[in-house]
Design a protein. Structure first.
Lengths: 172, 172, 172, 172, 172, 172
């Protein structure tokens, strides 16, 4: 290992410490030489409920109360802590996290999270963590009524910024 | 509010502070009077990959290296922090968290998490958070090759302990 | 230092390591020999607003939106992390945290937090941290309209459990 | 939701996900387009003690030992974690946090916290969290002698940087 | 995976999910069936300074000020968060953490940490994390004067409680 | 205290709050006026095992499984949280953390950590925390076989960036 900024694929060559196993190793990508640009990502998750449950929850009838403000707060807080949860993610100074909810028919609720920063690496994982924790919070607040809830389609919808530029999921 | 242990539904009656809004409010359930029992839960998530990607990742070809040990570690660490992430969850002294992976055909990987404690409330959310963060870590380590990965079927499979006893998902 | 449970005042006598300064040192109290009992505490904080501001906030006109559900969520999450914030506090498995709000005239909002656990030490700090972070969250959501907000009377109102038994503030 | 940087007030217009409730929602302000400037804030809290208690604490007679270094450390650590505690705050790379104490007569101790960063949003909440956690730590270290301690006047004294420029409390 | 408490060595047999790699996998030990007993551990670390530096630091001449109270606070806080840092450690409700310092000749400072809980697993890692973070804090506060400081002999000195009973290092 | 950026040594002069003790106080250095440069640091720790133990661990025979991927993940995650653990450290947006392992003869394992960022202060503590937590994780995974493991030579090997420029340990 040296103190010179290194391209990730050359890490082992430059390192003073050799790899001790024959196989590959997990690693955080070195972004020192990447350009700082405006980065934005949007992800979603869909919470599917047994028939009739979403209506009861909307009326605040779950044992833990109304869901959306609590789930939004939990998702925003978690998105800010992405670097603590996902091992190979870089810690980022986020400029924005927004979480919104929309019904998908009578028995499903879609969660979307938009994350943004000005930095050397993308904010996809922040958006993915944001929707996941918001959806898990909804699950938690509803599970006392029925455990047969399922979180589906946790996926990236769109990203912009960085060398690879704009990307949009075909399904979005 | 008083210092007597209270049933959750009576909280507002006993409280010295009245509710300031007409509607219901979110709340953490008071488990002071629940019995301490052995609690176990098993949850799963399924990571779906574009065709061929999982094979390449298995060979360690992702930019962040091999996935499973890193994802297991991330999932276990996150399960232990469930009470920090999910607002209305109680902090729990977990006795066990295990995370395992199994191929579901050529293009999907199933993650399962088992959580256990001896306490006054269940460990369902710990298992749900464990599989979610393990699956998100896999997504993170693979997304450099293809962003079209999707996390599906995040759901509880089984739980035991507590007043409601044993429960098993019809789909498990 | 030895592995025998020790009374806190005897720590230095028993220790293999002598104190290096003449003066006293901060310490976490050893509660190993205390009895596990039901512990409850109630604390409050009062947020004082410049004239008219509370009404505007109640109408959701702050730049960060409506306050109470967000502040309740933040306060509950922080109460659970008291042992991470307050150095000499013991980590506790809380059974309950509740936060409520009540108007105190036209220009003040009182926050109350009730915390409960079954353990060897009290939950006063959990209630104090809960009201503080809830009040700070309200400050944060309102400060874009007027910075002249002040948090007052952060204090314990009542506690029960443990050797010292029930205590109630004269001002509560 | 889109990946374009958005003014906060237009978020819902641009969003692909409609609001599901008639009322307003909490949100983190999008600071992507704000200018990075030097930001500084100073806040205070005043800890009021029952007569005579502060003198005893100053002599290190509390059950948890001397207070100031421990409270300073706790306050600095907490100020750095403001974005984890206050939901709608942005995570910030602080350049400086300082906490100082000054007697206010015989029975009160004033805590001040100065926070600074170079960034797109202010550091008021970091200073407010710093004084709050420092004051709560003092409360914790003193409460074994007397629970009738009260934290008062948690408020911002001064801020500089950003579009709104320099601001000073009339009471400072 | 099942919801029955399992002996760790039988986990893979019982599991519904097969291991996907030929080799062994990391795991958190299942302590559900272990007995709750009083657990205590004592660990140490020795900080070695270039000649003369410790004397200057004792006089408070480092750029970050006097060391011991700050290092004690940091070590106690970190010991309480051991389960967040060390992946396969169980989260524990500690009853006690104490950190003390003692000169070892003119150029070395020994740090000792004692941790205690009543639980199903030992507190060795809590004591090891406590001395490590206290020693790292001393390093941090001194490194502005000389970077040639070294932390040595981070090791367990003694433990008691649990099935394996009392253990004492030959070197202690 | 004022809102002007201050040189650390002048803090008390400028402060509105006087020091309340005669002695010096701990402080976070104000880096507001330091230049942002590329910062890199490399640190190491050496884990010494009783004879024969390292070979058994390499074969995955410890009760918690194979060590290196888990220890690397733990070390990287901890390095990112250095500002939460070490009180006077600044929170940093790291561009890179890498951890590698190399045998040192038959009974010792060297851990190295490289950390990098573009910022106003160095990343030495991030590298020191990274090797410490990676080494502690190895200790944790091995201690079930033998508690006589010792972490040695936790030290900085090299740093670059900032006003003091490049530095290399004589022992590296």
């Amino acid at each position: 290992m040296t103190t010179r900024p290194t391209e990730p694929e050359k890490l082992s060559e430059l390192g003073h410490v050799k790899m001790t196993q024959d196989g590959p190793e997990s690693q955080m990508v070195d972004v020192s030489r990447k350009e700082s640009t405006d980065r934005v990502a949007v992800a979603r998750a869909v919470v599917e409920f047994p028939a009739g449950l979403l209506g009861r929850l909307r009326a605040g009838q779950g044992p833990k109360g109304p869901m959306e403000e609590t789930a939004r707060t939990a998702g925003i807080l978690a998105a800010k802590r992405t670097g603590e949860l996902i091992p190979m993610c870089h810690p980022l100074g986020l400029d924005h996290v927004a979480i919104e909810f929309q019904d998908r028919g009578e028995n499903a609720l879609e969660v979307r999270c938009r994350s943004a920063c000005h930095g050397r690496t993308g904010v996809e994982m922040e958006a993915m963590v944001g929707v996941s924790v918001a959806a898990l919070t909804i699950y938690d607040m509803a599970k006392g009524l029925d455990k047969g809830i399922r979180i589906q389609r946790v996926e990236l919808l769109e990203k912009s910024g960085g060398k690879s530029g704009h990307w949009r999921a075909s399904s979005s």
